[in-house]
Design a protein around this ligand. Sequence first.
Ligand code: ADE
Length: 419
Amino acid sequence: MEFDIKNPDLATGGRHRIDWAVQEMAVLRGLREQFAKERPFAGIRIGGTMHVTTETANLMIALQAGGADVVLSASNPLSTQDDVAAALVSHYEIPVFAIKGEDNETYHQHINAVLDHKPHIVMDDGADLVSTLHKSRRDAIGNIIGGTEETTTGIVRLRAMAADGALEFPMMAVNDAMTKHLFDNRYGTGQSTMDGVIRATNLLIAGRVVVVGGYGWCSRGIAMRAKGLGANVIVTEIDHLKALEAVMDGFRVMPMIEAAPQGDIFISATGDMHVMDKHHFEVMKDGAVMANSGHFDIEINKVALRELSTGDPKRVRPFVDQYTMKDGRRLHLLGEGRLVNLAAAEGHPAAVMDMSFAGQALSAKYLLDNKGKLANKVHSVPEEVDQYIAQIKLESMGIQIDTLTDEQVKYLNSWETGT
Ligand code: ADE
């Protein structure tokens, strides 16, 4: 079996952490048991480009239990947990191509190694796998039944491909499921981003001005958790509706250029480029800290930051690079501007990835069940899948809910009854 990982000796520790995570993943555990009985993926090759974490490991193990032949590469050069990669290779015979800190060239070689496996189903996080398939690995397209996409950024890219008529197989928008973005993006990103900032810096958040770029589901989670830790939170937005929501949620809202001289910690998760740019760096305070929690390392203009500074940045702590400006101010960039929650911490907690990855597993099954019937476009996860995941999650938490009485059903289906 071919693979490319940092160190196979890390496998035992990785396995312990995978076992720890699965205790929090009740929905995925149930699916793994069901898949082991029904073997829906027998004879199917699944190629994943996803963050190599304990949670992803449990998704891969569940798919393997269902008969899939699985292979995995990283969806970000800095998000791999090397012990998990080692455990997947040594304990589960899953080929992994991922090393934390790999350069961009190796990152792309690893994606190509997944495609060499000629997958029938692709699982993507950010759409690099699907875009490589369409651009330079067309030899592997013929085998593809369809794919699943985990994140907002990936779905934006896929929709652009579909609009251009370029998408050559159906893709399931896992991110757009309610049980994904309302939970993973908000509570997962909120907690894990603050975890990343704190692990990297050990700064006290209380009393600090935290500037959050964007007010989508990820950013609002970050704003909520920063506020909960006692920060004075400023939100920046380009969308009137989201900006209004942020105001009504009690945040100060202003343009980034006004926030720049006030902020102690800046965190963006907008999915767009240069949210923090040259003119912002020019007015930031000495000591300011910047982090990105969006999918790609484009939100902070690293080239401009480098140009404004004197000499090379100094690594003052793991995941903290200090850039000294020509006027002596020191600005700090966390995790090289890559997603801070996975670079400097462990990503979202397992309990929330449980729902996202149940969505992944069920979407993969949906693709197989509907093979040949789905158009080459971006498809929504069926509502029944969302309801099923939410139901099992609630049951695993020991929470019961009401059901409609016959009288209530009748009322909801009638239009005559009013005041
Ligand atoms: N994305 C964010 N957190 C993650 C995690 N823990 N595992 C996989 N992908 C993630």
